[in-house]
Design a protein around this ligand. Sequence first.
Ligand SMILES: [Fe+2]
Length: 190
Amino acid sequence: MSTYLSTEEVISGQPIDTTRLTFSELIQLLEGQSAPPTLEQLESWLAVVEIASEDLQPYLGFKEGNYWRHRVCRNDSVEMLVICWRPGQKTPIHDHNGSHGMVKVQQGVMWETTFDFNEDKGLGYKTGRECQTGEVTGADVPDIHQLGNPEVSGQDLITIHVYAPPLGVLKTYKVGSSQVDLYTPNDFPA
Ligand SMILES: [Fe+2]
């Protein structure tokens, strides 16, 4: 079964060709959404968007100790973040608590690990893989995963994230445990 995807959207009276997008067109497209886009739509947009290094300048910033999330846009339907990671920085093991999301590796290499959750056995390892620069990967509901910049990568990592609907409180997990904790990412500059 194939999924039909429109290749043109009209945003603020202007047609946008979604088979090739600039970063600012992607922002306009996201800001114009009145309902959460599907995972397939997010994937198709992130696959074609061409992001120049100057596009990202306002959203770049690294810090020691933890990755740094920078919000590009957010409305009731969807949000986009740029995340900057030093080697060895990684997310907690988490799910998106009802949102789906796509990630594009803008620069560097990203490790993604996925997990299975079972009430009796708790959380267990499922798969691990690396995503190279330019790759797009997704997390559907109820995927549980961990993303990070490998300690041994020798380089910074920059990733582009789009979530629909926008993230609220996330659920976090621990390997071998059935305990689920709540986590609110709140590291945006004021
Ligand atoms: Fe995630």
